[in-house]
Design a protein around this ligand. Sequence first.
Ligand SMILES: [Zn+2]
Length: 388
Amino acid sequence: MRNTIFAALKFCSVFSLSSLGAMSALPVEQVQAACRGGKGIGVHRTVALNTSGGRRYGKSHGRAQDFLKHKEVVLTFDDGPVPNITPKVLHELDQHCAKATFFMVATMAKNNPSLARKVANKGHTIGIHSYSHKNLGQQSGANAVKDVNRSITAIEKAVGRDVAPFFRFPYLSENKSVNQHLNRLGYGVFAIDVDSLDYKFSNPTSMVNRVMGELNRKGKGIILMHDIQKVTARGLGQLLDRLNSEGYKIVHVRGRGGKDPQEPILVSSITEKQNKPKPTIVASNTNAESTTSWTIRKSISTPTKEAVKQKKRKNVRMLTNSKNPIRAKLKKRITIANAKPSKKTKKQKVASLTAQDIFKRNKKKALKQFNKNKLAFRAAIKGRISTN
Ligand SMILES: [Zn+2]
C-alpha cells in the first residue's frame, strides 16, 4: 500500500515539474514511446556541475566531487568523433533515450565538424580531450597549456558553439600547469570511476560484463568508453539494457554558468514513468496518506460535470436503498461529518455529499471512525467512488 503511494507521488512530482518547465516542448509520452517501446533506460536526472575552483570528478584522480547517488552512472565517450563509429553510438543512445558526455579530441572534431555538431545537437554534452591526444603529463607546462587552448578553440569552432567546461587528460596523465590553467578558466577535470577497457575487448558481451562487474563492485560511477572502438558501438545497446535491468540510472552532466550553451532541462525518468499509477482508491490509516490519495486521483482525471452529476445520483440511489448493507455505516459516517448543524434536512445533506466532502469536512472524526471499522470503511469508499 505504502509503495503504491510513494510510486504515485514520485510520478506526480515529476509530471507536474516537467509540465511547468522547459520540458513542455518534449512530451513525456513521446519520449517514453521512442525508447524501445517505453522500456529504454532514459535519463534519470540532469546535473549542472559547478566546475569553478578546480573541481574534479571521478575517483581515479583521488580527491573528487561526488555528485552521484547509489546506482547512478554517467556515460562518457572519449577520443572521437569518427564517422564509422560515433553515429552508431549516437543511434544506440537514441534508441534508449540516454544522454552521454563526449570528450572530443580537437583533430577529430576538426576533421568531422558535422558529426561533432550532430553530437551536440542531439543534446549530449561535449567536453575537451586535448588537441591531438598527446600525453600532456609528459609535456612542458607551457606546451601543455598551449595544447589545451588550441583544443578548446578548435572544438568550439567545429561544434559551432561553446562546449561544457569539462576537460579530461589523455591517458588521465595530468600536468600541473594545465590544472592551474583549467582552474583559471573555470574548467572541471574529469577522471573516471569505471574503465570499460573497451580497447582490449573484441567481444561486446565481455566488455559489458567488465563494466557491470566494476559497477556492481563500486555501486555507481563515471564510465569511460571510447567512440573510436567498434566493440563499444556493438556492445552499447546491450550495456544500456543491462544497466536498466539491474536498476542503474543514467545521470546526464552539463556545465553551469553560461559556458555550456544548453541549459539543463528536466528530463523525466523512464523508470518513474513506468510506475505511473493507475487510478486506484487508496484506503489508508494516516491523515497524510489519505489526503495524498485524493490529490493523486484529482491529478489523473478531472471529472466532467455530467460525471459528477451521475456520481451524485448513484450515491443517492445507494443511500436511499434500505437493503444496501453499507448504508447504515455510511449514514453513521455522514452524521459525524455533519456534526455542525445546518438548515438542510438530513436527506438533503446525504444527497449532496460525496466521499471527498466527508474527508474535507471532518477528517479527524472520519479517520477515527475508519480506524474503528477499517474493513467497512474500505468497502464503503470503494462502492462510492467507483464511478469516478
Ligand atoms: Zn583518450
